[in-house]
Design a protein around this ligand. Structure first.
Ligand code: SF4
Length: 358
C-alpha cells in the first residue's frame, strides 16, 4: 500500500518534474506525431488531430506497431475532415491489425463529430464529451496538444509513479484500485508548466527506462528521488492482483474456396470484431464439442488444416480451421475475395491466422 503521505509529495519530489524535463530535453523519442521539446519551448504546439489519432492507436499497443498505421492514416486522410468523410469499411480495413475494433468505430464516429465543430475541443470537459475519449485520452490530448495542466495516467505511468513514490497494491483488486486513484492524484501534483512535455517524458521513461521487468535505474533521471530504488526492489512495484487464467472458447472456421477465391462474411456492426470481414465460423463457446457436419454452412468435403489460436481481452480462442475446395460458388451471403488479396482485405488478426493455414 502507500508508504509516502500525500501532503509531503511536493517536498519529497519537488525536483522530480524538472529532473524529468531536463532528461527529456536530451532524450525525447522522435515520433511522427510529436513536436520536439525545442519547438515546444518556442511556443509551438502539435496538430491536435495527430495527437488524438496517435493516442487512440497507442492504447493497448506499442509505438513501433502503431507508427506505420498512423502514417498510413495521415497519408489517406490528412485532416480530420478527410477521415470523417471516409467510408466506414475503408477505416476498418486500414485499422485491421491494431485490434480492439470498437475503438476504430469510435474513432470514425469521433472524427465525424470533430469535423462538425469550429475548432478542436481544448478543455478536458469538452474532450470528455467525444466518442471513445475517456479520462486517459482527454488528459493525454489536453496536455500534449494544448499544454493543459493535467497528466495522463496509463499502465506505464502507473508503474513509474508507483516505483517513484512506493505506492503499490496489497495484492487485492480493491487495494490496487485504491492505489491507482492515489497515483493519479499524486501525479497531478507534479505537473509543471510544460505539461505536454512532462506527459510525453513520463511515457518515454516508462517505455525506455523504467520498464516492467528490468528498470534501468542507473540512467534514470529519478534515480536520486525514487523510493523503490532506495528500497532496492523496484521490480516489486506495483504489486497488482494476479489475473485469473483466461477461459478458452472453441469454435470451427470454414474456409470455402472456389476458383481461387475465399468466402468472407462481414460481422454485425455491434459486438466483438463488429463490422469486420471474417471467415465463416461456428459460434465460439466454452466447453462444448463441435460436430463438423452440423456446424458447416454447406455440405462439402471439409478438411481439417490446423488450429488458429488467438487471445482476446477476456478469453482465448482455439479455432479449428476446415477448408473445402468447391466446384461452384454456393448460395451463401458474403464476399468472394481472391486468396492472394485476402490478407489485405481488412481482416482482423484472428481471421488472418485462420487464412494462413490455407
Ligand atoms: S530509479 Fe529505477 S525504479 Fe525508480 S523510476 Fe527510475 S528506473 Fe524506475
Amino acid at each position: 500500500m502507500v508508504n509516502a503521505n500525500s501532503s509531503s509529495v511536493k517536498s519529497d519530489f519537488k525536483n522530480a518534474s524538472q529532473d524529468l524535463l531536463y532528461w527529456y530535453d536530451k532524450m525525447a523519442r522522435r515520433l511522427p506525431w510529436r513536436l520536439s521539446p525545442d519547438n515546444r519551448k518556442k511556443g509551438e504546439l502539435p496538430d491536435p488531430y495527430h495527437v488524438w489519432l496517435s493516442e487512440i492507436m497507442l492504447q493497448q499497443t506499442t509505438v513501433p506497431h502503431a507508427t506505420p498505421y498512423f502514417l498510413k492514416f495521415l497519408d489517406l486522410w490528412p485532416t480530420v475532415q478527410d477521415l470523417a468523410a471516409a467510408e466506414n469499411e475503408d477505416v476498418m480495413r486500414e485499422w485491421a491489425g491494431l485490434g480492439y475494433y470498437a475503438r476504430a468505430r469510435n474513432l470514425h464516429k469521433c472524427a465525424k463529430v470533430l469535423a462538425g465543430l469550429d475548432k478542436f475541443p481544448n478543455t478536458i470537459e469538452e474532450l470528455l464529451k467525444l466518442p471513445g475519449v475517456g479520462p486517459y485520452t482527454s488528459a493525454a490530448v489536453g496536455s500534449i496538444a494544448f499544454d493543459l495542466p493535467v497528466a495522463p495516467v496509463d499502465g506505464n505511468i502507473e508503474r513509474v509513479i508507483s516505483r517513484l513514490m512506493t505506492i503499490s497494491g496489497d495484492g487485492s483488486a480493491a487495494g490496487w484500485a485504491e492505489d491507482k486513484k492515489e497515483i493519479t492524484a499524486r501525479v497531478q501534483e507534479l505537473v509543471p508548466a510544460r505539461s505536454g512535455d512532462f506527459a510525453q517524458a513520463m511515457m518515454d521513461l516508462g517505455a525506455t527506462v523504467c520498464t516492467p521487468k528490468t528498470p534501468n535505474c542507473m540512467i534514470c533521471p529519478w534515480v536520486e528521488s525514487c523510493l523503490a530504488k532506495k528500497e532496492g526492489n523496484p521490480e516489486d512495484y506495483p504489486a497488482k492482483p494476479k489475473r485469473k487464467p483466461q477461459p478458452i472458447r472453441k469454435g470451427l472456421a470454414f474456409l470455402a474456396i472456389c476458383d481461387g477465391q475465399v468466402l468472407l462474411q462481414r460481422r454485425p456492426d455491434s459486438g466483438l470484431l463488429g463490422g469486420m470481414l471474417m471467415p465463416l465460423s461456428s459460434d465460439w463457446a466454452e466447453g462444448r464439442e463441435y460436430v463438423v457436419l452440423e456446424e458447416a454452412p454447406i455440405g462439402a468435403d471439409w478438411k481439417h488444416v490446423g488450429q488458429a489460436r488467438h487471445v482476446f481481452t477476456h478469453f482465448a480462442l482455439h479455432w479449428d480451421v476446415y477448408v473445402a475446395n468447391l466446384e461452384q460458388k454456393p448460395d451463401l451471403e458474403g464476399e468472394w475475395i481472391k486468396l492472394e488479396y485476402a490478407m489485405e482485405a481488412g481482416i482482423p488478426t484472428v481471421g488472418k491466422k485462420a487464412l494462413k493455414l490455407v
